[in-house]
Ligand binder design. Structure first.
Ligand SMILES: Cc1cc2nc3c(=O)[nH]c(=O)nc-3n(C[C@H](O)[C@H](O)[C@H](O)COP(=O)(O)O)c2cc1C
Length: 339
């Protein structure tokens, strides 16, 4: 049974053991997004402490040699762990990169204090299993009033900035940069081979990578065009078209998540901000599409920083809107990642 199926049956009360709490928290945390669904993390739980390590064997040496996207992924899982602890009424104290000579130890979370969760925190927790990455266009409906400003506030709470590209020129330029990044991914042999490893085929028993249930078989052209990664690597895998697909031609609200510096700390902050924004969007009925293809090519990332992000470091391209069909992903079981 998942913690989300019937929380009252599995929800630890005050008397619960540290093991039960760790299991509950990790079961939530593994729902976080990760680059190519690599799930590059493992956890331990001892007493009133949960630790999270980056699993460097699940990194992307070609696309992500510095581990930036791996740390963003871990940051997203860290934020989810915080949300789960708050759901339990526990106040988490987080130390990010607490041991200088152990750079893969992403964070230690401890707790001693209890304060009941408020409605907003319960809503974020409820969104954890509902949130999925959307790939494709959005319907023509505008975002509800105030939604965009609220998303920007959520990003700022974690020390990142959600920059909105409102002008047509800027949106077109960013779409062109994403297209160039995607071209590099498809045509650079080493990049394409690495990505193909994480694009799993129909019937695969793997619990990581991106399965055909997570993306449309054919992406309708959207305006401006933001191509999705080619997880099918040339096969006709993917979901059949949805009846509402002919309406989903808008790129939606186009944004870039940025940080003011670019160290591992910033990548973890960007990951926490990413998941905060994504959970808030999901709890408001909005879907989100993610694009990191151009940010894996140093020249395109530099161009985006200088010309589209006011000199701030781009960490993720995000589009928001209303979507009918959003795919489903897979996860490794808790026992594989919790020691
Ligand atoms: C750092 C990072 C980069 C990502 N880049 C992309 C991307 O370029 N294209 C895409 O479709 N999804 C991207 N994603 C989303 C992942 O593919 C997705 O989280 C993963 O497959 C799990 O699926 P889910 O988000 O639906 O649970 C990215 C996620 C992270 C954390």
């Amino acid at each position: 049974m998942s913690v989300f199926d019937s929380p009252s049956d599995v929800l630890p009360d005050q008397a619960s053991s540290p093991e039960e709490i760790a299991r509950f928290v990790v079961e939530a945390a593994i729902n976080a997004p990760s680059v190519n669904n690599t799930q590059p993390w493992w956890f331990y739980g001892i007493d009133r402490e949960i630790g999270m390590h980056a699993d460097t064997e699940r990194s992307l040496p070609v696309a992500d040699p510095d581990g930036r996207e791996m740390m963003i992924s871990c940051g997203a899982a860290l934020f989810t762990a915080r949300v789960a602890l708050r759901y339990l009424g526990v106040v988490p104290k987080v130390r990010v990169l607490p041991e200088q000579d152990l750079p893969t130890l992403v964070a230690k979370i401890n707790w001693s204090e209890s304060v009941p969760a408020v409605g907003y925190e319960r809503e974020l927790f409820a969104a954890v299993p509902r949130r999925h990455t959307h790939r494709g266009g959005f319907g023509p409906e505008p975002l509800p009033a105030g939604a965009l400003a609220a998303l920007q506030i959520e990003a700022a709470k974690e020390g990142a900035k959600l920059l909105v590209l409102a002008g047509e020129d800027q949106r077109d330029a960013l779409a062109a940069v994403v297209e160039a990044g995607d071209y590099a991914l498809r045509h650079d042999e080493a990049r394409a081979r690495e990505q193909a490893h994480w694009g799993t085929g129909p019937g695969s028993r793997r619990r990581d990578g991106v399965p055909p249930s997570a993306y449309p078989a054919r992406q309708a052209r959207i305006e401006p065009n933001f191509p999705a990664r080619d997880f099918a690597h040339g096969h006709d895998w993917g979901l059949p078209p949805d009846s509402g697909d002919h309406l989903a031609r808008s790129a939606g609200i186009v944004t870039v998540l940025t940080t003011s510096s670019d160290r591992p700390h910033d990548w973890i902050s960007a990951g926490q901000a990413l998941q905060r924004v994504l959970l808030f969007a999901a709890s408001s009925g909005l879907a989100a599409a993610l694009h990191s293809q151009p940010l894996e090519v140093p020249q395109l990332r530099d161009f985006s920083k200088v010309h589209l992000c006011d000199g701030a470091y781009p960490q993720m391209v995000l589009r928001f809107g209303a979507a009918g069909q959003t795919g489903a992903s897979v996860r490794r079981p808790v026992q594989d990642v919790l020691l």
